[in-house]
Write a protein that binds this ligand. Structure first.
Ligand code: FMN
Length: 339
């Protein structure tokens, strides 16, 4: 390629980028108020003023971070997963950038539920949207114990993380095994009155089998999906980049996988679904609603952008609903299945 062609190409890219930027800015500020009747949803007994929620793990635990997300337009927040005992997580590197996404193996670092209840109690005084506490454990008893303590501290709902792809003996091992999963859900449901949401892994042969088991065991809703098992290699050191070797891929790269999983799960169960995986824009959100999600969760995009990503999605969804003549986001849930 000669210098002229390279310059020409560079100009094309520049023009393209400025078009994308002005489009994004227009999309962000075109619609009026982000909070309105069109966006209100009920999911598993939780009333959300907007169908966009923060996904677990992206902002950790602090009440102030959760409040920032609420101010940014999120209709609910999910905390980082918490277990019985404190865990330091894995040594660095724990996150690596991939094409259109991130691969992480942070190793479920957390303070343990006994320490976390103080933060939770405070969070309940400042965060007004539903506070969903993500819970993990190594046994059904541990899941139940953490869930009980979280509810006592004010959790509005629990999300059971049975799908972490990079910590042994919790997460995926449970979420890939219908029998273990059933035990965990039944044990948690026996102890608490709050809604129990179960977060599913895409790293299974048939996600509908797991979704059906969760529904049968009493899950009130599902979150679909957690990260996709992945690997990154450094060609100079000729070794894997993450200290844990394997990690979980998130971000735009997994959106088509998340969408397919939501589509399949919607056909398999009656309980509502939080769609998750690579959502960065209102278009992504609408695709998930059409596939069958009643609400959506945003993770990596929140890390790449800032909490206003929720407002931007809410505005775009509002304008889409008005343009198409719908009175509520509920009216488009699963529409793609009728086509
Ligand atoms: C750095 C990082 C930490 C995460 N920690 C958790 C976690 O503690 N519990 C959990 O259920 N999911 C966790 N996830 C998964 C996200 O909640 C989400 O399911 C996944 O990233 C896909 O959504 P996204 O593409 O919008 O990020 C984590 C994801 C990332 C990137």
């Amino acid at each position: 390629m000669n210098g002229k062609t390279t310059r020409k190409k560079a100009n094309h890219v520049k023009q393209g980028l400025s078009l994308i930027n002005s489009y994004t800015i227009q999309e962000r500020f075109r619609c009026e108020t982000p909070l309105n009747k069109l966006l209100t949803v009920n999911i598993a007994g939780l009333k959300l003023h907007s169908p966009t929620a923060l996904a677990s793990g992206i902002l950790g635990y602090t009440s102030e971070s959760l409040k920032r997300v609420e101010k940014g337009g999120a209709g609910a927040v999910v905390t980082k997963s918490v277990g019985v005992a404190p865990r330091p997580g894995y040594p660095n590197p724990t996150v690596v950038q991939a094409s259109s996404g991130l691969i992480n193996a942070v190793g479920l670092p957390n303070s343990g539920i006994d320490e976390y209840v103080n933060e939770l109690t405070f969070a309940k005084t400042i965060v007004k949207v539903p506070l969903i506490v993500s819970v993990f454990g190594y046994t059904a008893e541990e899941y139940a114990l953490v869930s009980r303590k979280a509810v006592e501290a004010g959790a509005d709902a629990l999300e059971l993380n049975v799908s972490c792809p990079h910590v042994k003996f919790t997460g995926s091992e449970i979420g890939q095994n219908p029998k273990l999963l059933t035990d965990v859900i039944r044990r948690v449901k026996a102890d608490i009155q709050k809604p129990v949401i179960v977060k599913l892994s895409p790293n299974v042969t048939d996600i509908t089998e797991i979704a059906k088991a969760a529904e049968k065991a009493g899950a009130d809703a599902l979150t679909v999906i957690n990260t996709v098992r992945a690997l990154a290699i450094d060609v100079e050191t000729q070794s894997s980049i993450l200290s844990n070797v394997r990690g979980g891929l998130s971000g735009p790269a997994i959106k088509p996988i998340g969408l397919r999983c939501v589509y399949d799960v919607f056909e398999a169960v009656k309980i509502p679904v939080f769609g998750c995986g690579g959502i960065t824009s209102w278009r992504d959100a609408v695709e998930f609603f059409l596939a069958g999600a009643s609400a959506i969760q945003v993770g990596t995009a929140m890390g790449f952008e800032d909490p206003t990503v929720f407002q931007a999605i809410n505005r775009g969804v509002t304008s889409y609903l008005k343009r198409k003549g719908y009175g509520s986001v509920k009216e488009i849930v699963g529409l793609c299945h009728q086509a």
